[in-house]
Every structure is written in C-alpha cells, then in structure tokens.
Design a protein around this ligand. Structure first.
Ligand code: SF4
Ligand code: SF4
Length: 346
C-alpha cells in the first residue's frame, strides 16, 4: 500500500487535473446546510473536517430520481410505453467523505444489490464513484462510530484515505481505483518514512477521543419477538412526533416511494425518499395501516436498524454512529439511549 504526500498548495490544482477524467463531488460550500453534490468548475470540496448536515447518501441514492419516462403525445407510436432513462455512469471522485459515511453507503447498497434484485440506479452510481475519504481527527461528542463497526479512520469502504497533517495531506492509496485517481490528479510524491506510524498514532488519538458509545451485543443474540414485545417501547418512543427528520438526515436510511407524474406531454416515474416514520408510508389502499400508531412506527425504525437488518445481512447494525439523528431530532430522541434500553432488556 502506497502513502503519498500531497502539498496543500497543489491540492486544487490536482483536483482540477483529475476533473478531466472525473466529475468532482464533495461537501459543497452551500452556506448553513452543507451537503454533498457535484461541484462546479472553480468550486472545491470543504475539507474542514466538519460533518455535513445532510449525509452523502444522495450521491448513490438521490432524494428524487427519474427512473422512467413515457410519451403522452397523441399519435406517438410509443405513447404510454415507459422506458428506462439513461443512467449517469460518468466516473465521479467523491472527495472529503467521512469514513463512516462511506461505510453507510455500502450498507445502503446491500439493500439494492441482492441475489434476487440488482437496482441499476444505485449499483451503477456506486460503481462509478471513487471514494476519497478524509479521516476524522476531531470527533464530535455525538460521534459513536466505534460502537458501530466503523470509526474515524475506517479504511474499509474507501479507495484513498486522506489524513490532514497541517501543510499537507498524507494519502493512503487503498485500491487500484484510488491509484488511478491519484495519478489523474498528479499526486505521486511518496510520503517520507514514518508516515504509516504517524497515521497509526493519529488514528489511536482519534479513536480514544470518542467517549460516546452504545451496546447492541444482547440485541444481536436476543429473540426478535422478545425485543419487539419488550415493555419499554411506549416510554422510549413517547416524545417522538414522527416528523421523519432522522430518516432523511441518516446516511443509512433508504425507504422510498415511487410515483407517476405528468408534465405537459411526458409521463415520469420518479423514486423519492420516503420515511417509515410517517403514517402514509404503510397505509394500505384499503385504509388499513399495520403501523397505525406513532409508537409502532418509531419502534420499526429502531428494530430495523438494530435487529432486522443485522439478522438479515449479518454485517452489523444499520447505523454508523454519525449522530445526525440525535443532533437534528426536535424531540430529543437519542438512538444511543434507545439501543442501550433495547440491549438491557433483550
Ligand atoms: S425520532 Fe425525532 S427526528 Fe425522528 S421522527 Fe421522531 S421526532 Fe422526528
Ligand atoms: S447515528 Fe442516526 S443518523 Fe447516524 S447512522 Fe446512526 S441512525 Fe443514522
């Protein structure tokens, strides 16, 4: 594995050089609500180490995505026949993603890339990306990523991991894809001896700075119906107003709805993010709703993340400990508290 030394005075020059082969995606300079998007010429990713308010899941799973279109024009031989839209498979360099957010996108992909079904919209978008992560050197008080099978220096879902070392980045090139991007950017200067040890030391310091945690060992081993039927749920979920903010902010939530819309003489089949926290999400055409009450919906969110998902895929919980849902919940619901309660009663 190669470690490169990137002088920050050459950083934007390298990003521009790589733009000849890659669309540049990163934390965007969008004022108070930064999120990830494709950056225009002369825009560069924010690399201040802060967490974006919105997660980067839209890079592979957009909030609203046209999947198919059809003509509604009278006399058109293809009238009313839906056709898939062309999928954007341009190579994208996603620069500045946090290691646990990169892990989250891999968890999202699990749902769309199974033996039974491969969703080309998500899978091809994911494959088009080269993930250039930025290690988190100053985790916030809300960060509990190390409880979730990831962490501030988790390399497992990255192609390159950047570590900020003052006037330069140390870039650990982890995959062939990462090497191709580094070459396209002209980043080829090897780091000095000792860079590996320095990164290991920074990793240790960052992990030790995380004091927040949650336990899910007993949930993992417990019986589904016992955890589902535990008597704490009314109390645990009482404050939730089912606003859905947590699900939209979360990098691992992937509930969606598909709608048909008409604009002029074209029909559009669109996939939009939805939320398991809303009553409409599960209401049947008959009017019956299997998750009628707020408690049932809130319980579903936590059961899915902490029990159903790990049981189904065997790849840990559907949470990467980013803390966005805790920071943004208007009712003070904290997944760490809920998880610890579930765990203690499992
Ligand atoms: S847990 Fe909080 S953010 Fe999520 S739906 Fe309930 S009130 Fe809204
Ligand atoms: S901390 Fe909350 S927002 Fe972040 S991954 Fe876990 S459930 Fe999602």
């Amino acid at each position: 594995m190669t470690i490169l030394r990137i002088d920050k005075s050459r950083w934007t020059e390298g990003l521009d050089r790589a733009r000849q082969a890659y669309a540049l995606v990163g934390p965007a300079p969008d004022g108070e609500v930064p999120g990830f998007r494709e950056l225009k010429e002369s825009e560069y990713p924010i690399m201040d180490g802060g967490q974006t308010r919105l997660s980067p899941k839209g890079v592979v799973f957009p909030a609203s995505q046209v999947m198919m279109t059809c003509s509604l024009k009278e006399g058109d031989p293809k009238k009313d026949i839906y056709e898939a839209v062309e999928i954007d498979t341009r190579p994208r360099a996603v620069v500045g993603i946090r290691p646990n957010d990169a892990k989250a996108l891999q968890l999202v992909r699990l749902n769309f890339d199974t033996d039974e079904y491969k969703d080309p919209y998500v899978v091809e978008a994911y494959e088009a990306c080269t993930w250039i992560g930025l290690a988190v050197q100053a985790p916030s008080a809300m960060d509990f990523s190390t409880s979730c099978g990831t962490g501030p220096f988790d390399e497992s879902c990255l192609d390159v991991m950047l570590v900020d070392d003052g006037e330069y980045y140390l870039a650990r090139v982890l995959t062939d894809k990462g090497a191709v991007w580094a070459k396209a950017a002209g980043f080829e200067t090897p780091a000095e001896d000792g860079a590996d040890a320095l990164i290991a030391e920074m990793k240790k310091t960052a992990e030790e700075a995380i004091t927040s945690s949650m336990a899910w060992n007993r949930i993992q081993d417990g019986a589904v119906l016992d955890i589902y039927g535990a008597d704490h749920w009314e109390k645990t979920t009482f404050a939730c107003i089912n606003c859905g903010t947590c699900t939209y902010a979360c990098p691992t939530c992937w509930c969606f709805d598909i709608q048909d819309e008409v604009h002029n003489e074209t029909g559009y089949r669109i996939r939009n993010w939805d939320s398991c926290m809303t009553s409409l999400f599960t209401r049947h055409g008959s009017g019956h709703n299997p998750r009628e009450t707020p408690m049932q919906r809130t319980r579903q969110r936590f059961m899915h993340k902490l029990k159903y998902f790990p049981d189904k895929y065997g790849q840990g919980i559907m949470c990467v400990g980013c803390g966005r849902c805790i920071e943004q919940c208007p009712a003070g619901i904290d997944i760490r508290d809920v998880c610890n309660t579930m765990n203690s009663q499992a």
